[in-house]
Ligand binder design. Structure first.
Ligand code: ZN
Ligand code: ZN
Length: 360
């Protein structure tokens, strides 16, 4: 049987060959899922030029056989390290790559102890580099994850009322997202109302919503292992103050500028700079302290980053967020977050939920 993603395994093989490695042990859960299709919570992939093993424990025996067909399933008898050492001994693997961003010092030391003749090489972004550009199947799942989030917010916005605790709304939203089909909630839902809106990551609290407040809602959904991430700031009441409206308008313009900047070949730092310029020019530069966007996929935060430290250029098939914000202590905050897909000529905004400052 062929593996679920033979192309992905082969790309890893090509890459480890160019790095002079005999094999790579993949331990990062998202990378394991990307290469094997395995949806359980404990599994590892060992790829060499000739073989590809999927290593898991007894709990996942039948699930691994169903999901990772084509990979040679190994059920742990003792520990992961023992199995890797056994396979390396039997198949002559000497130079083995370990994922530097995921492997703990403890695991590293245990592998060295179990494989004294092997050479362990730190590999960085071995699989992440492939995950950065999405294929059609991945995009279908991401569109569905976005749809699940948007339909949930649409259903629940009428429930935002003065007196409702932030946490209560977050709970309703997470329940609705799961009802829509998501198996996971990608991160703690942010509901930041009034002055709490000045906290960029104001996870929902016991604070009750009040009339006249802006409320920033940042949440996500999931479909087929892929996440979505969106933010809207809404107004509770009939008419926001001029200042509230101005901040919201500025964030929207910043977002428009960043979206207009996205096309293949544009440095990621320039996409961030496009949004930042609008906010700085409006006099709010001191109140926008985070990057403009991040990649989304099997992880809710992944490469690329549209930030002042962002690396590389936009490439067709990348999916990332555009989420500028303004956070003013003693006043509150606004963030609007869209997901965009880089196309051949620019980008497609995947999120369709209206962006204007909705009055509820
Ligand atoms: Zn978000
Ligand atoms: Zn985000």
């Amino acid at each position: 049987m062929t593996p679920p993603f033979p192309g992905r395994i082969n790309r890893v093989r090509e890459k480890i060959a160019t790095q002079g490695l005999d094999a790579a042990l993949i331990t990062t859960p998202e990378n394991v899922r990307y290469l094997s299709g395995f949806t359980g919570s404990s599994g590892f992939v060992l790829v060499s030029s000739a073989t590809a093993f999927f290593i898991t424990d007894f709990r996942y025996k039948s699930q691994a056989a169903q999901e990772t067909h084509g990979l040679e399933v190994v059920i742990l008898k003792k520990t992961l390290v023992d199995e890797v050492a056994r396979i390396a001994g039997e198949t002559g693997l000497k130079r083995v790559g370990l994922e530097a961003k995921n492997v703990t010092l403890d695991l590293h030391d245990r592998v060295i102890a179990a494989m004294p003749d092997a050479e362990l090489i730190a590999v960085i972004d071995l699989v992440e580099e492939f995950r950065i550009v999405k294929d059609a199947g991945e995009l279908d799942k991401m569109r569905e994850a976005i749809r699940r989030a948007e339909s949930s917010l649409t259903a629940l916005l009428p429930r935002l009322k003065p007196g409702l605790p932030e946490r209560e709304f977050a709970l309703m939203l997470e329940e609705e997202v799961r009802r829509a089909g998501a198996r996971k909630i990608p991160f703690d839902t942010i509901v930041a109302s009034g002055l709490r809106g000045a906290l960029p990551h104001g996870v929902a609290s016991d604070k009750k919503l009040e009339s006249g407040e802006m409320i920033t809602i940042d949440f996500g959904a999931e479909a087929g292992g892929y996440f979505s991430d969106m933010t809207r700031t809404v107004f509770l009441g009939s008419s926001p103050t001029a200042k509230q409206q101005e901040i919201h308008d500025t964030v929207r313009k910043a977002q428009d500028a960043a979206i207009a900047a996205v096309k293949p070949g544009v440095p990621m730092v320039d996409i961030d700079a496009a949004a930042r310029k609008v906010i700085v020019d409006a006099g709010y530069g001191d109140y926008f302290g985070h990057g403009t966007g991040h990649g989304v996929g099997l992880a809710v935060h992944e490469q690329p980053n549209a930030s002042p430290q962002g690396k590389g250029e936009a490439r067709e098939g990348m999916v990332f967020t555009i989420e500028p914000g303004i956070y003013i202590p003693d006043l509150g905050g606004v963030r609007i977050e869209e997901m965009v897909l880089v196309t051949a000529t620019g980008c497609e905004v995947l999120t369709s939920f209206p962006r204007e400052l909705r009055c509820l």
